[in-house]
Structures are given as C-alpha cells and as structure tokens.
Design a protein around this ligand. Structure first.
Ligand SMILES: CC(C)(COP(=O)(O)OP(=O)(O)OC[C@H]1O[C@@H](n2cnc3c(N)ncnc32)[C@H](O)[C@@H]1OP(=O)(O)O)[C@@H](O)C(=O)NCCC(=O)NCCS
Length: 131
C-alpha cells in the first residue's frame, strides 16, 4: 500500500487494533471471494462522535486487481454505512495511490486538506542528502 512502509503487526496486536476497537462493526467487513479464496476486503467502521463512517482499508489481491472488485467492495461498504444512518463517510489516502484515488473520485468523495510528511533520509554513508 503506497505510504505504508511499516512492519506488519503481530496477529495479537492486529486483533486488539481491529476487532476490539470501539469503531469495529462486523457488518462493515465486506469480503470478495472466489470460491473458498478471499481475494478482497473493504472495512468500514462507525465513529459515534460525529455519527461518521470511515473506510478503514480496501485491498484486493494483486492477481485480481483491475476487475473493479475494489469499486464493488466500496459500493457495498457505502451501502452498509447508509444503513447505519451516518451523516457522512470519510477515507484517508496516500496522494500517490492512483487506483484508490480514481475509485474515490468516481464515488464522489470530496478531497480535503490532508497531512503532509517531509522526510529526511540520510545517505548510506550517514551524510545528509543534499540533492
Ligand atoms: C487500490 C486497490 C484496492 C484497487 O483494487 P482494484 O480491484 O484493482 O480496483 P478497481 O479495478 O475497482 O479500480 C481501479 C481503478 O484504478 C485504475 N488504475 C489502476 N492503476 C492505475 C494507475 N497507476 N494510475 C491511474 N489509474 C489506475 C484502473 O484503471 C481502475 O479504474 P477504471 O475502472 O476506471 O479503469 C488495489 O490496487 C490494492 O489492493 N492496493 C493495495 C492496497 C491499497 O493501496 N489500498 C488502498 C488504501 S486503504
């Protein structure tokens, strides 16, 4: 996922972050499957403060990308959020994640000012990079 270069958390940590989070909703986990194989997921959470739904993550197995599976998953996620009666639905994306941004524009998400990260990476010899 563009913008994500951290190590994956151990499963126990993942369980705490996801299944035990106050915004977690089982009906907000939308799975795309090819027979027994899970090939995609869209997860939408509910935030009581603001009566808000948030697309937490959308992902499609590389071998299945480009078939509008993510678009279908996000449409279903939005339908679930509508059933909850939320006032709006929100998502966060890396500015270089072209496929996801394309889907979100298609669905009518409106861009808002985001968070900008400036990163200083020292060169391999430890000296600051000058160019
Ligand atoms: C983002 C992601 C979920 C898209 O899944 P997908 O099933 O391939 O998406 P879709 O087929 O529904 O739509 C992708 C769209 O992006 C377009 N696209 C793909 N690569 C692109 C690129 N490099 N530049 C511009 N558009 C691109 C496709 O043409 C398609 O648009 P179209 O239907 O109008 O032709 C998938 O790439 C993924 O799992 N990425 C890693 C996880 C991630 O980044 N998730 C998002 C942040 S939570």
């Amino acid at each position: 996922m563009p913008g994500w270069d951290e190590e994956l958390a151990p499963f126990e940590q993942f369980v705490k972050w996801v299944f035990e989070a106050p915004h977690y909703r089982a009906d907000g986990q939308i799975i795309a499957a090819n027979g027994e194989n899970w090939v995609g997921l869209a997860a939408v959470g509910y935030f009581k403060e603001g009566n808000l739904a948030v697309n937490m993550i959308t992902g499609v197995d590389r071998a299945y990308r480009g078939r509008k599976i993510a678009l279908a998953l996000k449409l279903l996620a939005n339908r679930v959020a509508r059933c909850w009666g939320v006032s709006s639905i929100r998502t966060n994306n890396d500015s270089q994640n072209a496929p996801m941004l394309k889907i979100n524009r298609k669905l009518g998400y409106q861009p808002e000012p985001g968070r900008y990260i400036l990163e200083h990476k020292p060169s391999s010899n430890g000296e600051p990079v000058t160019s």
